[in-house]
Design a protein around this ligand. Structure first.
Ligand code: ISE
Length: 326
């Protein structure tokens, strides 16, 4: 993802230069830096963040490293676009929200890129326009062709479902209050021990229902569909088949994108351009906040608990008003 973002910043985004790169594989960082004019590899991520040439930071590092790196960005007063998750547990996510609030200025944006996808933006505008009446139900499908061997059952919740958690909060403008995860018989093609597929059932503060089918070892393609059912009709996005044509043999169809980098390429580009513009204007953030990252972490923690028990779990969150500036 970091390599992708470097390519995005150097070729498609205006107003930013990549001056320092860091990777835990030093040779990889050196190789990337060598291809960019005026760019250096810095071996320690905290030195990279502190580097005086660096005005703003993109974190595409593994989740468990985020807490320390985000705190360093706050300490140096540097705007940061942090890939999800904000951190890997609720307590540290809340700590980050509080530390940023104490500074009295927003520096953290969380990389929930779907908010920048034109289809999600269209769906949001439609809901906000009131044309569909009140939204009642959200049906989601989240399928990946494959995941890395390190992917475990809890990561299906924290790494994959986290997007639908944010989409729910984005589309419905309210918090998720409970979650249940059901694990049906596993796909025989899934790695031993991986609970895949999983079905998540979420309830929001006003009682709206959300269901999500998560299936990350389909072996097919990347499929992310979202359908809102409302008082006066329904709307669906994510068919993602491009041009539909007929083929010999009487088959008709289009081509599904192979992965999330392709499916959400436009969303990532828009997210980055808007973030760079926000940093230039001094706003530092134009998108999901540390609070959004914390809220998603709280729902996912309850989700992992439910995955283990099979029972619905209430989401525990602090009252936002108790943290002035959050
Ligand atoms: C991955 O980390 C992502 O963020 C993708 O958007 C998601 O579809 C995938 O399931 C995750 O593993």
């Amino acid at each position: 993802m970091g390599t992708d973002h470097v390519a995005r910043l150097t070729s498609r985004i205006s107003g930013a230069r990549v001056v320092v790169v860091n990777d835990f594989i030093t040779e990889k960082a050196e190789q990337i830096a060598a291809g960019i004019d005026g760019c250096r590899a810095v071996a320690d991520p905290l030195d990279a963040i502190a580097d005086p040439q660096v005005d703003a930071v993109v974190l595409a590092t593994p989740g468990p490293t985020h807490e320390k790196q985000l705190l360093a960005c706050l300490e140096h007063g540097k705007p940061v676009l942090c890939e999800k998750p904000l951190t890997t547990d609720v307590a540290t996510s809340l700590e980050i929200v509080k530390r940023e609030a104490e500074l009295g200025k927003r520096l953290i944006q969380v990389g929930f890129m779907r908010r920048f996808d034109h289809e999600y933006a269209q769906l949001k505008s439609l809901l906000d326009s009131g044309d569909l009446g009140r939204a009642l139900v959200l049906h989601c499908v989240h399928r990946n062709p494959a995941v890395p061997p390190s992917f475990d059952s809890a990561m299906v919740v924290r790494d994959s479902l986290v997007h639908e958690v944010d989409v729910t909060r984005f589309l419905f403008d309210e918090e998720v209050t409970s979650i249940q995860i059901i694990a049906p018989s596993a796909n025989p093609a899934a790695p031993e021990g991986l609970a895949d597929p999983q079905i998540a059932i979420l309830r929001t503060a006003s009682g709206r229902h959300v269901d999500v089918e998560l299936f990350v070892t389909t072996g097919v393609a990347y499929e992310v569909r979202t359908e809102v059912v409302a008082e006066k009709g329904s709307a669906m996005i994510g068919l993602d088949v491009g041009l539909i044509r007929s083929h010999s043999g009487g088959i008709r169809g289009g081509r599904i994108t192979p992965g999330f980098r392709e499916r959400f390429g436009q969303a990532y580009d828009t997210e980055f351009q808007r973030w760079v513009d926000a940093v230039h204007s001094g706003g530092n953030v134009d998108g999901p906040s540390a609070w959004d990252g914390y809220a998603a972490a709280a729902v996912c923690a309850a989700g992992v608990e439910s995955l283990n028990s099979g029972l619905p779990v209430e989401v525990t969150m602090v009252d936002r008003a108790s943290i002035p500036g959050a």
